[in-house]
Design a protein around this ligand. Structure first.
Ligand SMILES: Nc1ncnc2c1ncn2[C@@H]1O[C@H](COP(=O)(O)OP(=O)(O)O)[C@@H](O)[C@H]1O
Ligand SMILES: [Mg+2]
Length: 452
């Protein structure tokens, strides 16, 4: 018997240790089983206690009365599906007559405590069906992205959401995006992570990094064009605008709108063009946009206006030509001068890392999701990379990027360097590359130790 006790003690100690040091492993081994049992066993009483039950219908009361049986109990929503995931549980509920998705959303915090889960969020799938996503532990404390994501062209996984789902940056549904955050809040790591993920895609990367190129130049092998000062940036942006006009000519030439061309084949953007004609889509990454939008002296003003005009034109017209903007900055408001709010209005995707004051958060969310503003200013300093992301539909979520080191990003870019397309008209902006540094040193036969 004593060996059984010892085994039990060992299991309990292992579970305790895992839970403390490796919550993700704990979840996959013990947590998921315990949580599933807990949810199934406590379901009815928890729903009752959280006010999510409805009284039985009249016909059942009548039958009970006629049969002289005790009155049936109130009923909780039906469980349509309970699915364990890598980070938690997904519970799909069928609502009873008289319930609405708001009831469930309002009870999320009570459900979280009652089921002893780390987080619970709800969303409506269709009328009458609500999905509860529960996480078993703090998934954002140490971000681990799933090994396999679902891949689509121009759609890359960039972060983990607090409900355990992967957050994608989808250029075709959200062409342009703005990333804000105070200094040291994780903007550059977010952008680096994006570059490392985009590296494997068929896309041309173009970068403007006026912080002397410290963030983007190490990744130069995968970039088709780079600028590290406002003068080069202005020329680069002009080249992009002429590239865009060229693409529009191509689309026009391919449209051939005659009566016998089926509607679905009329090209209105590059994705409608046949694959052999389609120009490579371009992602333009701008780190620290204020360096472009502020003019230190009066003499710099024409250049500044030229840059902002080009950016606004790219944001307004670039999507159909396959040019997507990804802009990072500490603030992005009207104090940066003329044209900035017009540019901001075109940047649909919004992500705010930690910001120091409400006006900065307002620049990201004030015009789309006011309650996300509060969430953005309450991000603590000790969790860089944590951000609030929203979209124009008014929804928002907390996300965190995995910590991609510069070395990992450089390796990813070097591995995919052959994918960097040579864009006509951009030869002047190709960075000068240092000779390839072999990342893994392979001993040459002369260096190999002679076997004794
Ligand atoms: N997702 C993350 N996870 C962990 N640490 C991070 C994360 N993002 C950023 N950091 C840390 O924060 C520091 C500052 O990030 P950085 O992206 O350079 O900030 P910013 O560009 O906003 O000034 C980085 O050196 C890194 O150590
Ligand atoms: Mg930075």
């Amino acid at each position: 018997m004593s060996w059984l006790t010892a085994l039990l003690a060992l299991v309990v100690v292992t579970a305790g240790l895992l839970r403390w040091r490796r919550p993700a492993w704990y979840w996959l081994t013990f947590g998921v089983v315990l949580a599933t049992l807990r949810v199934l066993v406590r379901y009815s009483s928890v729903m009752d206690a959280c006010g999510l039950t409805v009284p039985p219908p009249r016909w059942r009361l009548t039958i009970a009365r006629m049969a002289n049986r005790p009155a049936p109990e109130s009923r909780p929503p039906r469980i349509l599906r309970l699915r364990p995931t890598r980070t938690g549980l997904v519970l799909r509920l069928g609502l009873r007559p008289g319930q609405d998705a708001f009831d469930v959303a309002a009870a999320c915090d009570r459900l979280r405590h009652s089921f002893a889960m780390y987080g619970v969020t709800s969303r409506e799938l269709r009328s009458g069906v609500v999905e509860l996503r529960m996480t078993g532990y703090d998934v954002l404390a140490r971000v681990q992205m799933p090994a396999k994501g679902d891949n689509a062209p121009m759609r890359v996984p960039v972060a983990l959401r607090e409900d355990g789902a992967v957050h994608y940056r989808d250029y075709r549904s959200t062409p342009h995006a703005l990333t804000l955050g105070a200094t040291k809040s994780g903007k550059s790591v977010y952008q680096r992570n994006l570059v490392a993920e985009l590296a494997a895609h068929e896309v041309a990367l173009v970068g403007i990094d006026c912080k002397q190129g410290v963030e983007l130049f190490p990744l130069a092998r995968r970039f088709s064009a780079l600028a590290d000062n406002p003068d080069t940036a202005a020329e680069l942006l002009d080249a992009l605008v002429s590239h865009m006009e060229g693409v529009y000519h191509l689309i026009r030439a391919e449209q051939r709108i005659t009566a016998d061309v089926p509607d679905a084949e009329v090209a209105a953007d590059i994705w409608d063009l046949p694959a052999h004609l389609r120009p490579t889509p371009i992602v333009l990454l701008v780190d620290e946009v204020a360096e472009l939008a502020l003019s230190p002296t009066k003499a710099d003003e024409p250049r500044r206006d030229r840059i902002i005009t080009a950016l606004v034109r790219l944001a307004q017209l670039g999507r159909a030509a396959g040019i997507y903007l990804e802009i990072c900055g500490q603030r992005f408001g009207s104090e940066l001068g003329k044209g900035i709010t017009m540019l901001r209005a075109q940047l649909t995707g919004r992500t705010a890392h930690r910001v120091n004051d409400e006006p900065s958060a307002n620049m990201a969310f004030g015009d789309i999701a006011p309650d996300a503003v509060l969430a953005a200013i309450s991000i603590p300093t000790e969790t860089p990379g944590l951000a609030v992301t929203g979209d124009s539909s008014g929804g928002w979520a907390r996300i965190r990027t995995p910590h991609t080191s510069m070395r990992q990003a450089v390796n990813a870019c070097n591995r995919h360097a052959h994918r960097a397309p040579v864009l006509p008209g951009f030869a002047a902006f190709r960075p000068e590359l240092p000779p390839t540094v072999s990342l893994v040193k392979i001993p040459t036969p002369t260096e190999a130790p002679a076997s004794a």
